[in-house]
Design a protein around this ligand. Structure first.
Ligand code: TYM
Length: 334
């Protein structure tokens, strides 16, 4: 019992906007699974976040189910950890409103993801897209998370969450734990296979740019074969070799080999051999997840039960924080 109480807390989320990519897996999800034994973990399919960009309702519903099932297939244990769908716990939206009154317009204007997404969707620069980082802060602070395992692209949002927590605590006393990011060393920013200066993204229109965790073996190998590299021939991690550096970080993350070991392994061999090896190792790594996903996807009843369990556990955990916040700001808690 004591051990459970003393465990540190983790929260993280993923948007169900498309099938997760290899970037999502290596940058974040792989750590979600690893951290479960040593921390009290809560993981969420953040559907509220995903409607900041217009979604087709039928597709979104399918994607929420798929993303949730994939979390379990990757090894998130719904008994040991809390795995839930964000909209199943209404307290996220409630805390987000309160925190939005403690977040400045200027702070939100500086968020690079807001600037990028507004440029990408000029026809739909909605208020939700602007206040998105406040909802993200609410997600994290509601669970009093100590650590947040994310990829590099979420660092700025994490910093804002910390600023909001500190500001609120300075006014009202010790209400929120101030969370630290947990960013992996090698796979924090997996790049697009077609433009290695850009991050690999679920929403990339070019299907060759990203690997979906559900891509079949042939597709994975084909996409790696087509990956954009450079005119050099030596497999070496070096400045100016963004494409090769990216493939090396993928190969290192899926095999556990160091860059030095990889350079030795491909000494005297060409890019073709290396790309094939990265494709095969990635396919090998994803195969058991895909098999488990196929099994789980056929069992909708089990998935629904897990979702319900997750929602109940999440609600119970966050009730305390939200009531404390309500009291602190002067609301009447009945
Ligand atoms: P999302 O859905 O874009 O991505 C989920 C996780 O995957 C990481 N990631 C990557 N890591 C390495 N290389 C890449 N190419 C790559 N692409 C994505 C992301 O950093 C993320 O960790 N705003 C978040 C979701 C969210 C959240 C939260 C995260 C909502 N509330 C609270 C943590 C805590 C997002 O859009 O992630």
């Amino acid at each position: 019992m004591e051990e459970v109480i003393s465990k540190k807390r983790i929260f993280s989320g993923i948007q169900p906007t498309n099938t997760p990519t290899l970037g999502n897996y290596l940058g974040a999800l792989i750590n979600w699974v690893k951290l479960q034994d040593d921390y009290e973990c809560t993981y969420s399919i953040v559907d509220l976040h995903s409607i900041t960009v217009r979604q087709d309702p039928a597709k979104l519903k399918k994607q929420i189910l798929e993303s949730y099932s994939l979390l379990l297939a990757m090894g998130v244990d719904p008994e040991k950890s809390t795995a839930f769908v964000q909209s199943h716990n209404c307290q996220h939206a409630e805390l987000a409103w309160i925190l939005s009154c403690y977040t400045q317009f200027g702070e939100l204007s500086r968020m690079t993801q807001f600037k990028d997404k507004s440029a990408k969707h000029p026809e739909n620069i909605n208020a939700g897209l602007f206040t998105y980082p406040v909802l993200m802060a609410a997600d994290i602070l509601l669970y009093q998370a100590d650590l947040v395992p994310v990829g590099q692209d979420q660092k700025q949002h994490l910093e804002l969450s910390r600023d909001i927590a500190v500001r609120f605590n300075n006014i009202y006393g010790d209400v929120f734990k101030v969370p630290d990011p947990y960013i992996p060393k090698t796979a924090a920013k997996i790049a697009s296979l077609q433009d290695p200066t850009k991050k690999m993204s679920k929403s990339d229109e070019n299907p060759n740019a990203s690997i979906s965790v559900l891509d079949d073996r042939d597709t994975i190998i084909r996409k790696f074969k087509r990956a954009v590299t450079d005119s050099d021939t030596v497999v070496k991690y070096a400045e100016g070799k963004d494409g090769i550096n990216n493939l090396m970080s993928i190969y290192s993350a899926v095999t556990g080999k160091t860059y030095e070991e990889i350079e030795k392994e491909f000494d005297g061999k060409g890019y073709g051999d290396f790309k094939l090896a990265v494709g095969e190792a990635t396919a090998d790594r994803l195969a058991p997840i895909q098999a488990e996903y196929a099994r789980l996807a056929a069992d909708k009843k089990y998935i629904e039960e897990c979702m319900k369990l997750g929602a109940e556990k999440a609600f119970k955990t966050t009730r305390k924080t939200l009531q404390k916040v309500y009291k602190k700001v002067g609301f009447i808690v009945i």
